[in-house]
Design a binder for this molecule. Structure first.
Ligand code: MTE
Length: 324
């Protein structure tokens, strides 16, 4: 399919055709040398970079750790993962994603927008200065981490395609590459993995597209080269390795909601008052590192994962027991 160029990019900024080596390109377009690592927070410098982890990123804005809680070690964040396309065990994604090639990469923008087409990742990223944001991530399985993500607001990208008034939702799709993703051989979910947001959720400034963590490009197991991070929602909303973003008029189907609608809702806001049918959501195990850190402390889960002040108004008037 034709690779288009997004709006707001001057001709001189466009990467020459054929130059699509993602890491090299991202590093060139956005990053510097090893200095970029300095100051990226507790745990980052002391941890070994996993073999398939990327290079250091240039971060324009380093957010303070407003969460105020100790960060999870990079080791745990990159070895204890959910990425079922590489297997369902927590260590499968790190073990089985070595063959995955996140470059070259392009994303199709489709649906209810004035500008649609397929765009090279470098061109999508170029206008967006990268920020580091330390966010709590709460998995529906009642464990959580605190991770310094590197990315930029999802809404900033979406606006460039000028969604029409019919764009009520945004649907996301993960890449589907059976040759590189051994988990796709098993019908655990109806592949490819899909997710969705209401457009106002997608435009909320807390919602980011991440290209890195701990100051480096995303390792494959964390969703290279581009993934969603939505800190007030359960982790499964954070779809990895995105290849398609579509503006839709109707609420899109999502992989987990289709697989088990009684267990995984479309909204999936972190909510200690609504239990998963098979376990409580009132508390969570905070993972701090590998080894004993994996057992973590048990702490109370907060509504909207502690981000209620920023996002609760999005859901005013909704019954979140029904619209879970
Ligand atoms: N995206 C895809 N494509 N496939 C998956 O299996 N798992 C989700 C989410 N995104 C998943 C996915 C779940 S359940 C969680 S908790 C987070 O990714 C985990 O992200 P992390 O491994 O970077 O911590």
């Amino acid at each position: 399919m034709l690779i288009r160029r997004p709006p707001d990019i001057l001709p001189g900024e466009i990467t020459p055709e054929g130059v699509h080596r993602r890491r090299r390109a991202i590093l060139k377009a956005l990053a510097l040398g090893p200095l970029a690592l300095a100051g990226c927070g507790r745990g980052a410098e002391s941890q070994a970079v996993p073999a398939d982890g990327g290079g250091a990123l240039e971060i324009a804005k380093r957010g303070a750790n407003v969460v105020g809680e100790p960060m999870t070690d990079m080791d745990a964040a990159t070895r204890y993962n959910n990425y079922y396309e590489f297997g369902t065990a927590k260590d499968d994604p790190a073990k089985n994603s070595g063959r995955f090639r996140p470059e070259p990469w392009s994303v199709e923008i489709a649906g209810e927008a004035e500008i649609t087409g397929r765009f090279a990742l470098e061109d999508l990223l170029k206008p967006h200065p990268l920020e580091e944001r330390v966010y709590r991530m709460r998995c529906v399985e009642a464990w959580s981490m605190v991770i310094p993500w590197v990315g930029f607001p999802l809404g900033d990208l979406l606006k460039r395609f000028r969604p029409t008034s019919k764009a009520k939702y945004v649907a996301f799709t993960t890449v589907n590459r059976p040759g590189e993703m051994p988990g796709l051989a098993y019908p655990v979910l109806d592949w490819p993995y899909t997710e969705g947001l209401r457009i106002d959720e997608a435009m909320h400034p807390l919602a980011i597209l991440a290209v890195g963590l701990y100051g480096r490009t995303l390792p494959n197991q964390n969703g290279a080269p581009l993934r969603l991070v939505l800190p007030w929602k359960y982790g499964f909303k954070g779809i990895k390795s995105i290849v398609r973003i579509a503006f839709t008029e109707r609420q899109p189907a999502t992989a987990w909601n289709r697989a088990a609608p009684d267990e995984y809702g479309f909204y999936a806001n972190v909510n200690p008052a609504v239990d998963h049918p098979r376990w409580s959501q009132a508390t969570e195990r905070r993972i701090t590192g590998t080894g004993f850190g994996l057992f973590g402390n048990r702490i109370a889960t907060r509504p909207f994962n502690g981000y209620a002040e920023q996002v609760a108004s999005l859901y005013a008037g909704m019954d979140l027991r029904r619209d879970f």
